[in-house]
Design a protein. Structure first.
Length: 349
């Protein structure tokens, strides 16, 4: 379905609200809007009726009034152009929306708004309160991130399921941006190659540490609610042990295939020349079988292939910020498997 782009409407405004304002503020018929959008007129009519019903909510009504004032500020040259940019449409900054959703996501958090007031308030318990501008609260309500519990002289709202999903997405995006800035700060500059005799000077040899962090090391820096590390050292060692067995098994296969290729026409390769490779493969398969089909997927992606949590969540179809919890469960199961293996090896007979 094609989206109608309305002049002087902020980009964050939902599509049904845009069509409602186009119909009520500028007098375009429902059939005309449907023809330009490439949909059936009944679809536009349901959207218009839905927004008209939501106008009983004081926050949504105030948000639509603000958008109507923006649309009617300049009516000359009106047409179906591009929506305004975020820098010029007066929309709420991203960090402010994240702060409001974070407060609303707390236990027993309620947003209260009295009709006609310029500010709302978020109450958490008895002593924690935060004042919110009416424009911020109206945008959050129009986006569908909060739901009205009771309407009246003082309306009360709570965060909705869409709001929790958006909060998880914002926090994951913020963490990814911070990680990218950190990795870019330690990135090495590109250096051109030179021949062996050019500018040769005696320099003391020094060891280089690996700068790229694995997903396990990044999760190990996080802390839970009690301040304890999200991943303990034994869980990180279990994941690194799985990756070591996985890589050694792959390297052994490549070396054996290359040796067989170069041995054609020459002396045959003795059988059983790579007994450690089979042992490594067996250890890796036993560990993955101990995890099972659900936990082994996230373990292979994050521990063996070193995929990021966000990429693994998208490929597995999971919700945002759920991969790290499942990964910790997989590492706990993996550690229990390695402990059982070590106990069997210490037994006599």
């Amino acid at each position: 379905m094609q989206t109608i782009n309305v002049t002087r409407v902020p980009r964050w405004v939902p599509e049904d609200a845009r069509r409602y304002l186009e119909h009520t503020e500028h007098g375009r018929s429902i059939r005309q809007i449907a023809r330009l959008a490439g949909c059936h007129p009944s679809t536009v009519m349901r959207q218009v009726r839905r927004i008209e019903t939501l106008r009983d909510d004081p926050l949504i009504d105030s948000a639509l009034e603000v958008i109507s004032d923006l649309m009617s500020a300049k009516r000359d040259g009106f047409g179906f152009g591009q929506p305004q940019d975020a820098q010029t449409d007066g929309s709420v900054p991203h960090h402010r929306l994240l702060q409001v959703l974070g407060w609303l996501n707390r236990s027993q958090a309620v947003l209260a708004y009295a009709h006609g007031m310029e500010r709302a308030v978020i109450v958490c318990g008895e002593h924690e309160k935060m004042s919110v501008d009416k424009q911020v609260a109206g945008e959050v309500a129009l986006r569908g991130w909060i739901a009205c519990l009771s309407a009246g002289r003082i309306s009360r709202y709570q965060i909705s399921d869409e709001g929790r999903t958006e909060l998880s997405r914002m926090m994951a995006e913020q963490e990814n941006q911070a990680r990218m800035r950190k990795e870019a700060g330690f990135a090495e500059a590109a250096v051109g190659f030179c021949h062996a005799g050019a500018g040769r000077r005696e320099r003391p040899k020094r060891l280089r540490a690996q700068c790229n962090d694995t997903p396990l090391l990044m999760l190990a820096r996080l802390s839970d609610r009690n301040g304890a590390p999200f991943l303990t050292d034994d869980l990180v060692r279990a994941g690194e042990r799985l990756r070591e067995d996985f890589e050694l098994a792959q390297i052994g296969d490549h070396v054996e295939a290359a040796r067989q290729a170069f041995a054609d026409g020459c002396e045959p390769v003795p059988s059983g020349s790579f007994p450690p490779t089979q042992d490594v493969q067996q250890r890796a398969m036993e560990a993955l079988n101990a995890l099972g089909p659900g936990l082994s997927d996230i373990a292979i992606r994050c521990c063996c292939y070193l995929e990021g949590l966000e990429t693994a969540e998208k490929q597995l179809g999971w919700s945002a910020r759920s991969g790290k919890v499942v990964l910790r469960i997989a590492l706990q199961q993996l550690k229990a498997h390695y402990d059982q293996v070590a106990a069997r090896q210490m037994m006599i007979g």
